[in-house]
Ligand binder design. Structure first.
Ligand code: ADP
Ligand code: MG
Length: 581
Protein backbone atom coordinates (compact mmCIF):
# COMPACT_ATOMS: atom_id res chain seq x y z
CA UNK A 1 0.00 0.00 0.00
CA UNK A 2 2.83 2.31 0.88
CA UNK A 3 4.55 1.55 -2.40
CA UNK A 4 1.33 2.33 -4.23
CA UNK A 5 1.09 5.72 -2.51
CA UNK A 6 4.60 6.80 -3.48
CA UNK A 7 3.75 5.48 -6.95
CA UNK A 8 0.71 7.74 -7.15
CA UNK A 9 2.82 10.65 -6.06
CA UNK A 10 5.37 9.94 -8.76
CA UNK A 11 2.53 9.84 -11.26
CA UNK A 12 1.72 13.45 -10.54
CA UNK A 13 4.96 14.28 -12.30
CA UNK A 14 3.12 13.70 -15.56
CA UNK A 15 0.86 16.64 -14.83
CA UNK A 16 3.62 19.01 -13.77
CA UNK A 17 4.32 20.68 -17.13
CA UNK A 18 0.64 21.50 -17.49
CA UNK A 19 0.05 23.12 -14.12
CA UNK A 20 -0.27 26.55 -15.76
CA UNK A 21 -2.96 25.43 -18.17
CA UNK A 22 -4.82 23.57 -15.48
CA UNK A 23 -4.71 26.58 -13.17
CA UNK A 24 -6.07 28.80 -15.93
CA UNK A 25 -8.78 26.21 -16.56
CA UNK A 26 -9.86 26.32 -12.94
CA UNK A 27 -9.77 30.12 -12.96
CA UNK A 28 -12.19 30.46 -15.88
CA UNK A 29 -14.25 27.73 -14.32
CA UNK A 30 -14.54 29.77 -11.15
CA UNK A 31 -15.87 32.74 -13.13
CA UNK A 32 -18.47 30.46 -14.72
CA UNK A 33 -19.47 29.08 -11.34
CA UNK A 34 -20.01 32.53 -9.84
CA UNK A 35 -22.25 33.48 -12.77
CA UNK A 36 -24.10 30.19 -12.53
CA UNK A 37 -24.74 30.66 -8.83
CA UNK A 38 -25.95 34.22 -9.35
CA UNK A 39 -28.42 33.21 -12.04
CA UNK A 40 -31.30 31.99 -9.81
CA UNK A 41 -30.93 35.17 -7.75
CA UNK A 42 -31.48 37.20 -10.90
CA UNK A 43 -34.51 35.10 -11.83
CA UNK A 44 -35.95 35.60 -8.36
CA UNK A 45 -35.42 39.37 -8.73
CA UNK A 46 -37.19 39.38 -12.10
CA UNK A 47 -40.14 37.34 -10.91
CA UNK A 48 -40.73 39.37 -7.76
CA UNK A 49 -40.19 42.76 -9.46
CA UNK A 50 -42.58 41.86 -12.28
CA UNK A 51 -45.32 40.98 -9.79
CA UNK A 52 -44.74 44.27 -7.92
CA UNK A 53 -44.08 46.84 -10.67
CA UNK A 54 -46.70 45.83 -13.28
CA UNK A 55 -44.69 47.82 -15.91
CA UNK A 56 -41.71 46.96 -18.11
CA UNK A 57 -39.75 50.29 -17.97
CA UNK A 58 -37.30 48.97 -15.40
CA UNK A 59 -36.51 45.89 -17.55
CA UNK A 60 -34.02 47.32 -20.09
CA UNK A 61 -30.93 47.83 -17.90
CA UNK A 62 -31.12 44.48 -16.07
CA UNK A 63 -31.78 42.73 -19.38
CA UNK A 64 -28.66 44.20 -20.96
CA UNK A 65 -26.69 43.29 -17.86
CA UNK A 66 -27.90 39.72 -18.00
CA UNK A 67 -27.12 39.52 -21.70
CA UNK A 68 -23.55 40.71 -21.19
CA UNK A 69 -23.15 38.28 -18.31
CA UNK A 70 -24.35 35.47 -20.55
CA UNK A 71 -21.76 36.32 -23.17
CA UNK A 72 -19.06 36.20 -20.51
CA UNK A 73 -20.49 32.93 -19.26
CA UNK A 74 -20.48 31.31 -22.69
CA UNK A 75 -16.96 32.48 -23.38
CA UNK A 76 -15.50 31.13 -20.15
CA UNK A 77 -17.41 27.87 -20.59
CA UNK A 78 -15.91 27.39 -24.03
CA UNK A 79 -12.47 28.30 -22.70
CA UNK A 80 -12.79 25.92 -19.80
CA UNK A 81 -13.85 23.11 -22.11
CA UNK A 82 -10.93 23.69 -24.44
CA UNK A 83 -8.36 24.05 -21.68
CA UNK A 84 -9.30 20.81 -19.96
CA UNK A 85 -9.86 18.76 -23.11
CA UNK A 86 -6.61 19.85 -24.71
CA UNK A 87 -4.59 19.42 -21.53
CA UNK A 88 -6.04 15.95 -21.15
CA UNK A 89 -4.97 15.12 -24.69
CA UNK A 90 -1.46 16.43 -24.01
CA UNK A 91 -1.11 14.42 -20.84
CA UNK A 92 -2.37 11.34 -22.62
CA UNK A 93 0.14 11.77 -25.39
CA UNK A 94 2.95 11.85 -22.84
CA UNK A 95 1.50 8.87 -21.07
CA UNK A 96 1.23 6.91 -24.30
CA UNK A 97 4.81 7.70 -25.22
CA UNK A 98 6.06 6.68 -21.81
CA UNK A 99 4.04 3.50 -21.84
CA UNK A 100 5.31 2.58 -25.29
CA UNK A 101 8.84 3.40 -24.17
CA UNK A 102 8.42 1.19 -21.15
CA UNK A 103 6.97 -1.71 -23.13
CA UNK A 104 9.61 -1.63 -25.80
CA UNK A 105 12.38 -1.89 -23.22
CA UNK A 106 11.00 -4.95 -21.47
CA UNK A 107 13.00 -8.13 -21.70
CA UNK A 108 12.21 -10.65 -24.43
CA UNK A 109 10.94 -13.10 -21.82
CA UNK A 110 8.15 -10.64 -21.00
CA UNK A 111 6.98 -10.75 -24.61
CA UNK A 112 7.10 -14.57 -24.56
CA UNK A 113 4.36 -14.57 -21.96
CA UNK A 114 2.38 -11.40 -22.76
CA UNK A 115 -0.06 -11.23 -25.62
CA UNK A 116 0.52 -8.46 -28.13
CA UNK A 117 -3.19 -7.64 -28.10
CA UNK A 118 -3.04 -7.06 -24.40
CA UNK A 119 -0.21 -4.58 -24.83
CA UNK A 120 -1.90 -2.71 -27.65
CA UNK A 121 -5.12 -2.48 -25.71
CA UNK A 122 -3.18 -0.99 -22.78
CA UNK A 123 -1.95 1.65 -25.20
CA UNK A 124 -5.36 2.36 -26.71
CA UNK A 125 -8.45 1.39 -24.73
CA UNK A 126 -7.02 1.72 -21.24
CA UNK A 127 -5.33 5.02 -21.92
CA UNK A 128 -8.53 6.42 -23.44
CA UNK A 129 -10.39 5.53 -20.27
CA UNK A 130 -7.67 7.20 -18.28
CA UNK A 131 -7.89 10.27 -20.43
CA UNK A 132 -11.52 10.82 -19.52
CA UNK A 133 -10.74 10.32 -15.86
CA UNK A 134 -7.84 12.73 -16.04
CA UNK A 135 -9.20 15.64 -18.01
CA UNK A 136 -12.86 16.48 -18.25
CA UNK A 137 -13.95 14.44 -15.29
CA UNK A 138 -11.65 16.17 -12.84
CA UNK A 139 -12.93 19.53 -14.06
CA UNK A 140 -16.55 18.47 -13.84
CA UNK A 141 -15.95 16.98 -10.42
CA UNK A 142 -14.46 20.17 -9.05
CA UNK A 143 -17.13 22.30 -10.64
CA UNK A 144 -19.88 20.09 -9.29
CA UNK A 145 -18.39 20.22 -5.84
CA UNK A 146 -18.20 24.01 -5.81
CA UNK A 147 -21.62 24.52 -7.40
CA UNK A 148 -23.08 21.95 -5.02
CA UNK A 149 -21.66 23.61 -1.94
CA UNK A 150 -22.40 27.12 -3.19
CA UNK A 151 -25.93 26.11 -4.08
CA UNK A 152 -26.40 24.70 -0.62
CA UNK A 153 -25.35 27.90 1.05
CA UNK A 154 -27.88 29.76 -1.10
CA UNK A 155 -30.59 27.23 -0.26
CA UNK A 156 -30.09 27.71 3.45
CA UNK A 157 -30.15 31.47 3.03
CA UNK A 158 -33.52 31.18 1.27
CA UNK A 159 -35.29 28.70 3.51
CA UNK A 160 -33.75 26.50 6.18
CA UNK A 161 -36.90 24.39 6.38
CA UNK A 162 -37.00 23.55 2.67
CA UNK A 163 -33.22 23.00 2.71
CA UNK A 164 -33.59 20.44 5.44
CA UNK A 165 -35.92 18.52 3.12
CA UNK A 166 -33.32 18.51 0.37
CA UNK A 167 -30.62 17.46 2.80
CA UNK A 168 -32.70 14.49 3.94
CA UNK A 169 -32.66 13.00 0.46
CA UNK A 170 -28.90 13.35 0.13
CA UNK A 171 -27.87 10.21 2.04
CA UNK A 172 -30.00 8.20 -0.36
CA UNK A 173 -27.95 9.48 -3.31
CA UNK A 174 -24.70 8.86 -1.50
CA UNK A 175 -25.62 5.31 -0.55
CA UNK A 176 -26.63 4.63 -4.12
CA UNK A 177 -23.29 5.87 -5.35
CA UNK A 178 -21.35 3.77 -2.94
CA UNK A 179 -23.27 0.68 -3.90
CA UNK A 180 -22.70 1.34 -7.60
CA UNK A 181 -19.02 2.12 -7.22
CA UNK A 182 -18.32 -1.16 -5.55
CA UNK A 183 -20.19 -3.19 -8.15
CA UNK A 184 -18.81 -1.36 -11.12
CA UNK A 185 -15.24 -1.59 -9.99
CA UNK A 186 -15.16 -5.35 -10.10
CA UNK A 187 -17.20 -5.64 -13.28
CA UNK A 188 -15.15 -3.17 -15.27
CA UNK A 189 -11.94 -5.12 -14.76
CA UNK A 190 -13.63 -8.09 -16.37
CA UNK A 191 -14.88 -5.92 -19.22
CA UNK A 192 -11.42 -4.57 -20.02
CA UNK A 193 -10.01 -8.05 -19.79
CA UNK A 194 -12.51 -9.39 -22.31
CA UNK A 195 -11.90 -6.40 -24.60
CA UNK A 196 -8.21 -7.08 -24.74
CA UNK A 197 -8.78 -10.75 -25.44
CA UNK A 198 -10.99 -9.73 -28.32
CA UNK A 199 -8.33 -7.38 -29.70
CA UNK A 200 -5.77 -10.12 -29.40
CA UNK A 201 -7.96 -12.61 -31.22
CA UNK A 202 -8.44 -10.22 -34.13
CA UNK A 203 -4.78 -9.31 -34.29
CA UNK A 204 -3.60 -12.86 -34.30
CA UNK A 205 -5.92 -13.84 -37.10
CA UNK A 206 -4.91 -10.85 -39.22
CA UNK A 207 -1.25 -11.74 -38.93
CA UNK A 208 -1.93 -15.42 -39.61
CA UNK A 209 -4.32 -14.70 -42.47
CA UNK A 210 -2.43 -16.91 -44.94
CA UNK A 211 -2.76 -19.98 -42.77
CA UNK A 212 -6.42 -19.24 -42.02
CA UNK A 213 -7.34 -19.00 -45.68
CA UNK A 214 -5.13 -21.85 -46.87
CA UNK A 215 -6.71 -24.18 -44.33
CA UNK A 216 -10.18 -22.82 -45.09
CA UNK A 217 -10.66 -21.77 -41.51
CA UNK A 218 -12.24 -18.33 -41.96
CA UNK A 219 -15.43 -19.71 -40.48
CA UNK A 220 -13.64 -21.02 -37.41
CA UNK A 221 -11.81 -17.71 -37.03
CA UNK A 222 -15.14 -15.93 -37.32
CA UNK A 223 -16.57 -18.15 -34.60
CA UNK A 224 -13.64 -17.53 -32.27
CA UNK A 225 -13.96 -13.81 -32.81
CA UNK A 226 -17.74 -13.91 -32.35
CA UNK A 227 -17.25 -15.69 -29.06
CA UNK A 228 -14.88 -13.02 -27.85
CA UNK A 229 -17.20 -10.25 -29.05
CA UNK A 230 -20.05 -12.02 -27.29
CA UNK A 231 -18.08 -12.04 -24.07
CA UNK A 232 -17.40 -8.32 -24.41
CA UNK A 233 -21.10 -7.76 -24.94
CA UNK A 234 -22.01 -9.80 -21.88
CA UNK A 235 -19.71 -7.80 -19.69
CA UNK A 236 -20.89 -4.52 -21.22
CA UNK A 237 -24.49 -5.51 -20.59
CA UNK A 238 -23.78 -6.20 -16.94
CA UNK A 239 -22.25 -2.74 -16.72
CA UNK A 240 -25.11 -1.13 -18.61
CA UNK A 241 -27.70 -2.73 -16.35
CA UNK A 242 -25.88 -1.44 -13.30
CA UNK A 243 -25.69 2.05 -14.74
CA UNK A 244 -29.31 1.95 -15.87
CA UNK A 245 -30.57 0.91 -12.44
CA UNK A 246 -28.53 3.67 -10.95
CA UNK A 247 -29.87 6.25 -13.40
CA UNK A 248 -33.43 5.24 -12.70
CA UNK A 249 -33.07 5.32 -8.95
CA UNK A 250 -31.26 8.62 -8.85
CA UNK A 251 -33.79 10.27 -11.21
CA UNK A 252 -36.55 9.03 -8.95
CA UNK A 253 -34.84 10.58 -5.92
CA UNK A 254 -34.43 13.95 -7.66
CA UNK A 255 -38.03 14.16 -8.81
CA UNK A 256 -39.43 13.12 -5.46
CA UNK A 257 -37.39 15.85 -3.87
CA UNK A 258 -38.68 18.37 -6.41
CA UNK A 259 -42.28 17.41 -5.81
CA UNK A 260 -41.85 17.70 -2.06
CA UNK A 261 -40.19 21.09 -2.44
CA UNK A 262 -43.02 22.47 -4.58
CA UNK A 263 -45.65 21.24 -2.14
CA UNK A 264 -43.97 22.56 0.98
CA UNK A 265 -42.91 25.75 -0.85
CA UNK A 266 -46.51 26.39 -1.96
CA UNK A 267 -47.63 26.04 1.63
CA UNK A 268 -44.94 28.55 2.79
CA UNK A 269 -46.07 31.04 0.11
CA UNK A 270 -49.69 30.70 1.16
CA UNK A 271 -48.57 31.50 4.72
CA UNK A 272 -46.67 34.55 3.40
CA UNK A 273 -43.21 33.51 4.66
CA UNK A 274 -41.82 33.08 1.13
CA UNK A 275 -42.25 34.98 -2.15
CA UNK A 276 -42.90 33.34 -5.50
CA UNK A 277 -39.50 34.56 -6.70
CA UNK A 278 -37.81 32.99 -3.72
CA UNK A 279 -39.43 29.62 -4.34
CA UNK A 280 -38.49 29.85 -8.02
CA UNK A 281 -34.87 30.49 -7.19
CA UNK A 282 -34.97 27.84 -4.49
CA UNK A 283 -36.09 25.25 -7.04
CA UNK A 284 -33.37 26.39 -9.43
CA UNK A 285 -30.72 26.11 -6.71
CA UNK A 286 -32.06 22.75 -5.64
CA UNK A 287 -31.84 21.61 -9.26
CA UNK A 288 -28.25 22.76 -9.36
CA UNK A 289 -27.40 20.98 -6.17
CA UNK A 290 -29.06 17.79 -7.27
CA UNK A 291 -27.40 17.91 -10.71
CA UNK A 292 -24.07 18.41 -8.97
CA UNK A 293 -24.60 15.53 -6.61
CA UNK A 294 -25.64 13.32 -9.51
CA UNK A 295 -22.65 14.39 -11.55
CA UNK A 296 -20.34 13.66 -8.66
CA UNK A 297 -21.79 10.23 -8.11
CA UNK A 298 -21.83 9.22 -11.75
CA UNK A 299 -18.26 10.49 -12.15
CA UNK A 300 -17.33 8.48 -9.13
CA UNK A 301 -18.73 5.44 -10.88
CA UNK A 302 -16.73 6.24 -13.99
CA UNK A 303 -13.61 6.66 -11.95
CA UNK A 304 -14.16 3.30 -10.43
CA UNK A 305 -14.52 1.89 -13.92
CA UNK A 306 -11.30 3.46 -15.08
CA UNK A 307 -9.56 2.39 -11.90
CA UNK A 308 -8.73 -1.04 -13.29
CA UNK A 309 -7.41 0.51 -16.49
CA UNK A 310 -5.34 2.99 -14.53
CA UNK A 311 -3.79 0.31 -12.40
CA UNK A 312 -2.90 -1.79 -15.42
CA UNK A 313 -1.38 1.14 -17.28
CA UNK A 314 0.74 2.24 -14.35
CA UNK A 315 1.75 -1.29 -13.50
CA UNK A 316 3.17 -1.62 -16.98
CA UNK A 317 4.63 1.87 -16.88
CA UNK A 318 6.48 1.14 -13.65
CA UNK A 319 7.57 -2.35 -14.66
CA UNK A 320 11.32 -2.75 -14.67
CA UNK A 321 12.78 -5.12 -17.23
CA UNK A 322 14.09 -8.24 -15.57
CA UNK A 323 17.03 -8.33 -17.91
CA UNK A 324 18.83 -5.06 -17.48
CA UNK A 325 20.14 -4.57 -20.97
CA UNK A 326 19.48 -0.85 -20.90
CA UNK A 327 21.37 -0.16 -17.72
CA UNK A 328 24.32 2.13 -17.79
CA UNK A 329 27.57 0.24 -17.95
CA UNK A 330 30.92 0.13 -19.64
CA UNK A 331 30.76 0.99 -23.30
CA UNK A 332 33.74 -0.54 -25.03
CA UNK A 333 34.44 1.64 -28.04
CA UNK A 334 35.60 -1.10 -30.35
CA UNK A 335 34.92 -4.73 -29.68
CA UNK A 336 37.48 -7.01 -31.25
CA UNK A 337 34.89 -9.73 -31.48
CA UNK A 338 36.19 -12.34 -29.08
CA UNK A 339 33.31 -14.09 -27.33
CA UNK A 340 33.32 -16.61 -24.55
CA UNK A 341 30.47 -18.60 -23.06
CA UNK A 342 31.75 -19.61 -19.65
CA UNK A 343 29.94 -22.57 -18.15
CA UNK A 344 26.46 -21.36 -19.04
CA UNK A 345 23.32 -22.96 -17.68
CA UNK A 346 19.96 -21.59 -18.67
CA UNK A 347 16.23 -22.18 -18.43
CA UNK A 348 13.63 -19.93 -20.08
CA UNK A 349 11.72 -17.78 -17.56
CA UNK A 350 8.45 -19.20 -18.87
CA UNK A 351 9.63 -22.77 -18.27
CA UNK A 352 11.96 -22.74 -15.32
CA UNK A 353 11.84 -26.50 -14.84
CA UNK A 354 13.45 -27.29 -18.17
CA UNK A 355 17.15 -26.60 -18.41
CA UNK A 356 17.77 -25.68 -22.04
CA UNK A 357 21.55 -25.22 -21.77
CA UNK A 358 23.68 -27.24 -19.39
CA UNK A 359 27.18 -26.08 -18.48
CA UNK A 360 27.75 -24.83 -21.98
CA UNK A 361 31.26 -23.55 -22.58
CA UNK A 362 32.72 -22.14 -25.81
CA UNK A 363 35.36 -19.65 -26.76
CA UNK A 364 35.25 -17.98 -30.14
CA UNK A 365 38.27 -15.95 -31.11
CA UNK A 366 38.05 -12.70 -32.97
CA UNK A 367 37.42 -13.37 -36.65
CA UNK A 368 36.78 -17.06 -36.12
CA UNK A 369 33.88 -18.86 -37.78
CA UNK A 370 32.13 -21.34 -35.58
CA UNK A 371 29.27 -23.56 -36.73
CA UNK A 372 26.66 -24.73 -34.24
CA UNK A 373 25.04 -27.96 -35.32
CA UNK A 374 22.63 -30.26 -33.62
CA UNK A 375 19.10 -31.58 -33.83
CA UNK A 376 16.11 -29.25 -33.67
CA UNK A 377 15.45 -28.13 -30.11
CA UNK A 378 19.06 -28.71 -29.05
CA UNK A 379 19.45 -25.13 -27.87
CA UNK A 380 21.25 -23.48 -30.77
CA UNK A 381 18.97 -20.46 -31.04
CA UNK A 382 19.07 -20.21 -27.26
CA UNK A 383 22.84 -19.65 -27.44
CA UNK A 384 22.17 -16.77 -29.81
CA UNK A 385 19.43 -15.37 -27.57
CA UNK A 386 21.84 -15.25 -24.68
CA UNK A 387 24.57 -13.69 -26.78
CA UNK A 388 22.18 -10.91 -27.77
CA UNK A 389 21.32 -10.35 -24.11
CA UNK A 390 17.66 -11.27 -24.60
CA UNK A 391 17.85 -13.44 -21.49
CA UNK A 392 20.30 -13.76 -18.65
CA UNK A 393 22.01 -17.08 -18.02
CA UNK A 394 21.03 -18.73 -14.76
CA UNK A 395 24.63 -19.73 -14.21
CA UNK A 396 27.89 -18.73 -15.80
CA UNK A 397 28.62 -15.65 -17.87
CA UNK A 398 29.27 -14.41 -21.35
CA UNK A 399 32.32 -12.30 -21.97
CA UNK A 400 33.19 -10.00 -24.87
CA UNK A 401 36.93 -9.42 -25.36
CA UNK A 402 37.32 -10.91 -21.90
CA UNK A 403 34.91 -8.47 -20.22
CA UNK A 404 31.94 -9.93 -18.33
CA UNK A 405 28.85 -8.83 -20.23
CA UNK A 406 26.98 -8.10 -17.01
CA UNK A 407 29.27 -5.11 -16.47
CA UNK A 408 28.72 -3.84 -20.00
CA UNK A 409 26.01 -1.66 -21.47
CA UNK A 410 24.33 -4.16 -23.76
CA UNK A 411 23.33 -1.46 -26.18
CA UNK A 412 26.96 -0.99 -27.10
CA UNK A 413 27.43 -4.74 -27.52
CA UNK A 414 24.45 -4.94 -29.84
CA UNK A 415 26.00 -2.18 -31.91
CA UNK A 416 28.68 -4.69 -32.85
CA UNK A 417 26.39 -7.63 -33.56
CA UNK A 418 24.26 -8.36 -36.61
CA UNK A 419 21.92 -11.27 -37.03
CA UNK A 420 20.37 -12.92 -40.06
CA UNK A 421 17.63 -15.35 -39.18
CA UNK A 422 15.71 -18.04 -40.98
CA UNK A 423 12.60 -15.90 -41.32
CA UNK A 424 13.80 -12.43 -42.23
CA UNK A 425 11.74 -9.76 -40.52
CA UNK A 426 11.12 -6.63 -42.52
CA UNK A 427 9.23 -3.53 -41.47
CA UNK A 428 6.57 -1.92 -43.62
CA UNK A 429 8.33 0.80 -45.55
CA UNK A 430 10.62 0.89 -48.53
CA UNK A 431 13.49 -1.43 -49.34
CA UNK A 432 15.93 1.42 -48.70
CA UNK A 433 14.45 2.05 -45.26
CA UNK A 434 14.75 -1.62 -44.40
CA UNK A 435 18.36 -1.84 -45.47
CA UNK A 436 19.27 1.35 -43.62
CA UNK A 437 17.36 0.23 -40.54
CA UNK A 438 20.33 -0.48 -38.31
CA UNK A 439 21.87 2.93 -38.76
CA UNK A 440 21.11 5.75 -36.41
CA UNK A 441 21.35 8.40 -39.06
CA UNK A 442 17.87 9.47 -40.10
CA UNK A 443 18.88 9.55 -43.74
CA UNK A 444 21.29 7.03 -45.11
CA UNK A 445 22.90 7.90 -48.41
CA UNK A 446 21.49 5.87 -51.25
CA UNK A 447 24.97 4.89 -52.49
CA UNK A 448 25.69 3.32 -49.09
CA UNK A 449 22.48 1.34 -49.32
CA UNK A 450 23.21 0.35 -52.87
CA UNK A 451 26.68 -0.82 -51.91
CA UNK A 452 25.22 -2.98 -49.14
CA UNK A 453 22.65 -4.38 -51.54
CA UNK A 454 25.36 -5.25 -54.03
CA UNK A 455 27.31 -7.07 -51.33
CA UNK A 456 24.13 -8.96 -50.48
CA UNK A 457 23.43 -9.94 -54.13
CA UNK A 458 20.25 -7.95 -53.87
CA UNK A 459 20.95 -5.00 -56.13
CA UNK A 460 19.93 -6.70 -59.37
CA UNK A 461 16.45 -7.67 -58.32
CA UNK A 462 15.88 -4.37 -56.54
CA UNK A 463 16.97 -2.42 -59.61
CA UNK A 464 14.44 -4.41 -61.64
CA UNK A 465 11.52 -3.10 -59.61
CA UNK A 466 9.94 -0.02 -61.23
CA UNK A 467 10.48 1.98 -58.07
CA UNK A 468 13.86 0.43 -57.27
CA UNK A 469 15.00 1.09 -53.73
CA UNK A 470 11.82 3.00 -53.02
CA UNK A 471 9.64 -0.07 -53.52
CA UNK A 472 7.37 -0.65 -50.56
CA UNK A 473 7.84 -4.10 -49.09
CA UNK A 474 4.37 -4.37 -47.56
CA UNK A 475 3.75 -5.32 -44.00
CA UNK A 476 6.31 -7.95 -42.93
CA UNK A 477 7.62 -7.97 -46.48
CA UNK A 478 4.74 -9.93 -47.99
CA UNK A 479 5.33 -8.39 -51.38
CA UNK A 480 8.73 -10.07 -51.77
CA UNK A 481 9.89 -13.63 -52.21
CA UNK A 482 11.66 -15.47 -49.40
CA UNK A 483 15.05 -15.25 -51.10
CA UNK A 484 14.59 -11.55 -51.82
CA UNK A 485 13.65 -10.80 -48.25
CA UNK A 486 16.63 -12.75 -47.01
CA UNK A 487 19.02 -10.78 -49.20
CA UNK A 488 17.53 -7.52 -47.94
CA UNK A 489 18.08 -8.80 -44.41
CA UNK A 490 21.69 -9.55 -45.32
CA UNK A 491 22.13 -6.07 -46.77
CA UNK A 492 20.77 -4.72 -43.48
CA UNK A 493 23.50 -6.67 -41.68
CA UNK A 494 26.17 -5.57 -44.17
CA UNK A 495 25.46 -1.90 -43.67
CA UNK A 496 25.90 -2.31 -39.93
CA UNK A 497 29.43 -3.58 -40.48
CA UNK A 498 29.28 -5.78 -37.40
CA UNK A 499 32.21 -7.32 -35.55
CA UNK A 500 30.12 -10.33 -34.66
CA UNK A 501 27.79 -11.94 -37.14
CA UNK A 502 25.08 -14.46 -36.31
CA UNK A 503 23.51 -16.58 -39.02
CA UNK A 504 20.68 -18.61 -37.52
CA UNK A 505 19.61 -21.04 -40.25
CA UNK A 506 19.84 -18.13 -42.66
CA UNK A 507 19.60 -20.34 -45.74
CA UNK A 508 17.35 -23.09 -44.38
CA UNK A 509 14.11 -21.79 -45.80
CA UNK A 510 15.38 -21.15 -49.30
CA UNK A 511 15.23 -23.12 -52.53
CA UNK A 512 18.54 -24.15 -54.03
CA UNK A 513 18.84 -21.33 -56.53
CA UNK A 514 18.17 -18.67 -53.93
CA UNK A 515 20.38 -20.52 -51.51
CA UNK A 516 23.38 -20.16 -53.80
CA UNK A 517 22.85 -16.43 -54.14
CA UNK A 518 22.28 -16.01 -50.42
CA UNK A 519 25.17 -18.25 -49.45
CA UNK A 520 27.46 -16.30 -51.72
CA UNK A 521 26.28 -13.08 -50.10
CA UNK A 522 26.83 -14.54 -46.66
CA UNK A 523 30.34 -15.68 -47.55
CA UNK A 524 31.20 -12.11 -48.48
CA UNK A 525 29.59 -10.84 -45.28
CA UNK A 526 31.53 -13.24 -43.06
CA UNK A 527 34.92 -11.98 -44.23
CA UNK A 528 36.94 -10.79 -41.26
CA UNK A 529 34.12 -11.11 -38.73
CA UNK A 530 33.54 -13.37 -35.79
CA UNK A 531 30.71 -15.54 -37.08
CA UNK A 532 28.35 -18.00 -35.48
CA UNK A 533 26.72 -20.13 -38.14
CA UNK A 534 23.75 -22.26 -37.27
CA UNK A 535 22.96 -24.55 -40.15
CA UNK A 536 22.07 -28.05 -41.13
CA UNK A 537 23.72 -28.18 -44.51
CA UNK A 538 27.01 -29.86 -44.91
CA UNK A 539 28.12 -27.31 -47.50
CA UNK A 540 27.53 -24.46 -45.06
CA UNK A 541 29.10 -25.83 -41.92
CA UNK A 542 32.07 -27.51 -43.57
CA UNK A 543 33.78 -24.14 -44.16
CA UNK A 544 33.67 -23.11 -40.52
CA UNK A 545 36.94 -23.02 -38.59
CA UNK A 546 35.41 -24.94 -35.70
CA UNK A 547 32.29 -26.98 -35.23
CA UNK A 548 30.26 -27.35 -32.09
CA UNK A 549 27.73 -30.13 -31.79
CA UNK A 550 24.92 -29.46 -29.34
CA UNK A 551 22.46 -32.03 -28.13
CA UNK A 552 19.78 -31.44 -25.52
CA UNK A 553 21.56 -28.34 -24.30
CA UNK A 554 24.94 -29.96 -23.94
CA UNK A 555 28.07 -29.49 -25.98
CA UNK A 556 28.92 -33.03 -27.01
CA UNK A 557 31.46 -32.56 -29.80
CA UNK A 558 33.90 -29.82 -30.64
CA UNK A 559 36.58 -29.58 -33.33
CA UNK A 560 37.25 -29.07 -37.01
CA UNK A 561 35.02 -30.61 -39.63
CA UNK A 562 37.72 -33.10 -40.50
CA UNK A 563 38.25 -34.20 -36.92
CA UNK A 564 34.53 -34.60 -36.30
CA UNK A 565 33.95 -36.52 -39.51
CA UNK A 566 36.61 -39.01 -38.49
CA UNK A 567 34.68 -39.92 -35.37
CA UNK A 568 32.34 -42.34 -37.04
CA UNK A 569 30.22 -42.92 -33.96
CA UNK A 570 29.75 -39.21 -33.25
CA UNK A 571 26.46 -37.33 -33.60
CA UNK A 572 28.02 -35.04 -36.20
CA UNK A 573 28.56 -37.93 -38.52
CA UNK A 574 25.00 -39.09 -38.06
CA UNK A 575 23.62 -35.61 -38.74
CA UNK A 576 25.72 -35.07 -41.84
CA UNK A 577 26.21 -38.47 -43.38
CA UNK A 578 23.06 -38.52 -45.49
CA UNK A 579 24.06 -35.23 -47.06
CA UNK A 580 27.54 -36.32 -48.05
CA UNK A 581 26.28 -39.19 -50.23
P1 ADP B 1 17.23 -24.97 -31.68
O1 ADP B 1 18.48 -25.74 -31.43
O2 ADP B 1 16.32 -25.73 -32.59
O3 ADP B 1 17.49 -23.59 -32.16
P2 ADP B 1 16.12 -23.65 -29.39
O4 ADP B 1 17.33 -23.04 -28.79
O5 ADP B 1 15.22 -22.76 -30.15
O6 ADP B 1 16.51 -24.91 -30.28
O7 ADP B 1 15.26 -24.33 -28.25
C1 ADP B 1 15.82 -25.14 -27.25
C2 ADP B 1 14.71 -25.54 -26.29
O8 ADP B 1 14.21 -24.42 -25.62
C3 ADP B 1 13.54 -26.20 -26.97
O9 ADP B 1 13.16 -27.31 -26.18
C4 ADP B 1 12.47 -25.15 -26.98
O10 ADP B 1 11.21 -25.74 -26.82
C5 ADP B 1 12.81 -24.32 -25.76
N1 ADP B 1 12.47 -22.90 -25.98
C6 ADP B 1 12.86 -22.13 -27.02
N2 ADP B 1 12.40 -20.87 -26.89
C7 ADP B 1 11.70 -20.82 -25.74
C8 ADP B 1 10.98 -19.79 -25.04
N3 ADP B 1 10.91 -18.55 -25.50
N4 ADP B 1 10.36 -20.14 -23.89
C9 ADP B 1 10.44 -21.39 -23.40
N5 ADP B 1 11.10 -22.38 -24.00
C10 ADP B 1 11.73 -22.13 -25.16
MG1 MG C 1 16.72 -22.52 -33.76
Amino acid sequence: MKAAKTGHFKRLQLVKPFVGRIFLGFLVMLVAIVIQLAFPKAVSYFVDTISKEKTTDWLLVPAILVFVTFIVYCTVTALRFYLFESTGAMIVRKLRERLYGSIIKQEIGFFDTTKTGELTSRLTVDIDLLKDALSMNIAIMVRSLIVGIGGFVMLFGLSPLLSALVVLTLPISLLLTKWLGKKVRSKSMALQESLSTSVHTAQESFSNIRVIQAFNQSKKAMETYSASAESVLEHSLINSRLMATFQGLSTFTSFSTLLLTVLVGGWLISKGTMTIGELTSFILYAGMVSLSVNAISSLWGQWMRSYGATERVFELLDRVSEVQTYKEGLKPAHLKGQVEFANISFAYPGRQEKEVLKSFGLTINSGEKVALVGPSGAGKTTVVNLLLGFYEPSKGCITFDGIDSSTLDYRSIRESIAIVEQEPVLFSGTIAENIGYALHKPLTRLDEIRHAAEMANAHDFIANFPKGYHTAVGEKGVQLSGGQKQRIAIARAVIKNPKILILDEATSALDSENELLVQDALNKLMQGRTTIIIAHRYSTVAQADKLVVLNKGELIQYGTHQALIENEEGLYNKLMVHQMG
